[in-house]
Design a protein around this ligand. Structure first.
Ligand SMILES: Cc1ncc(COP(=O)(O)O)c(C=O)c1O
Length: 383
């Protein structure tokens, strides 16, 4: 009987390739290493992880309490939808955006993937501005979209908006702008953003990644919701990983016009936000005290770090985020390894489009002092 069925299958005599070129090995983004992965590379000193822009103060206490309160519910399915998180977000944004203007996913990086899956098909184009967060390009390539790079320019690494506008064509769907930017820590002034948003054609969506917005103190910074409120094709991308200290929980959210938000949400899966992430996210949004403490610590440490880097004559870029990009006068991989041997994890960012540069998370005074003393040692040894 079974044989009879197979006789009806019409198969080519040639082997059929079932694997997509775009998913071949080494096509994925791996993110930074964890402490356990490097433990045997450094010689037993206390290890400071300054490589993934995490919160040195730990996690939002309100989020941790919510996790404790809900840990007993894991045998039950979580909410089918993210409705409760979206209402909490609307509230957090003073009801200036409705719950229907939000969507969420299991992290900022998943949210970026969701947005790209929603908008990109083979042959479409995206614009990125390197040095930039690598996943924008990695996900697009997997969807067989073309990645057009309009690099940041000048010693201050500013956005080249005239060239961005020139790079737009009928196939362009998404432009990725990050402010503050990873890995440079630089931001885009409001005037420049206003001009860019005003010039975009209707078929292009600007994905404005603002996952580090809490750390900004520049008076002319602008957030995505300014444009979303005006009905522009802009998506704000946010994460609970950084200021809320919930990187291991994996929760991110976006917002846009209701039309775009509900459209992107169609590409997501049911039960996508687990019980603990949903409850912790809702609780974290109320934790202004923890955000203030985090931001005060990070921004308070910047002067110490800038003056230490000045004294060591190391090139760096002033940062609006919780990390500082430096360019030591030595090979970046060798630098990373030698710092690790001193107990300091830092991140090379050549794959983000910043060859020779190193991104270092801002820690507390103890971590920063350990970082600067390791840096001094490594620089002096390599003179
Ligand atoms: C610019 C930027 N966007 C998005 C993310 C995603 O963060 P997560 O996936 O931890 O929410 C990161 C993380 O480093 C980032 O630097």
């Amino acid at each position: 009987m079974l044989n009879l069925c197979f006789q009806h299958l019409r198969m080519s005599t040639e082997p059929i390739n079932i694997f997509k070129e775009s998913l071949l090995p080494n096509s994925s983004y791996k993110g930074g290493k964890g402490k356990a992965e490097v433990a045997d590379l450094f010689d037993g000193k206390k290890l400071y992880k300054l490589s993934s822009n995490e919160n040195i103060l730990g996690s939002s206490p309100l989020a941790l309490q919510a996790i404790e309160d809900n840990i007993g519910k894991l045998s039950e399915y979580c909410d089918r939808t993210d409705d409760r998180l979206r209402h909490a977000l609307s509230n957090y944004y003073n009801n200036e955006l409705s719950a229907n203007q939000f969507f969420s996913d299991n992290s900022g990086v998943s949210l970026l993937n969701l947005i790209e899956r929603a908008f990109l098909e083979k042959g479409h184009e995206i614009i990125v501005c390197n040095p930039a967060f690598k996943p924008y390009a990695v996900f697009a390539k997997k969807l067989q979209a073309k990645v057009v790079d309009v690099p940041l320019v000048g010693d201050d690494l500013h956005l080249n908006d005239p060239d961005i506008l020139n790079a737009i064509n009928d196939q362009t769907r998404l432009i990725f702008i990050t402010s503050p930017n990873n890995p440079t820590g630089t931001y885009i002034p409001k005037k420049q953003m206003d001009a860019l948003v005003a010039s975009l054609p209707d078929h292009v969506v600007l994905v404005y990644d603002e996952v580090y917005f809490q750390f900004v103190d520049a008076p002319d910074y602008v957030r995505a919701h300014e444009y979303v409120k005006q009905g522009k094709n802009v998506i704000g991308v946010n994460s609970f990983s950084k200021a809320y200290g919930l990187a291991g929980l994996r929760l991110g959210y976006g917002y846009s016009t209701e039309k775009i938000a509900r459209y992107v949400a169609q590409a997501s899966t049911p039960f996508m936000i687990n019980t603990l992430a949903l409850e912790a996210g809702i609780a974290a949004l109320k934790d202004d005290a923890f955000i203030d403490k985090t931001v005060n610590l990070v921004n308070g440490e910047k002067d110490f770090l800038y003056s230490s880097l000045d004294q060591l004559n190391i090139k760096y870029w002033k940062s609006q985020a919780n990390f500082i990009l430096i360019k030591p006068d030595m090979n970046d991989k060798a630098f990373e390894l030698q710092m690790l041997k001193e107990g300091i994890m830092v991140r090379t960012v050549a794959n983000f489009g910043a060859p020779g540069c190193i991104r270092v998370t801002i820690g507390d005074r103890e971590a920063n002092t350990a970082y600067i003393s390791a840096l001094t040692k490594v620089i002096n040894t390599n003179k």
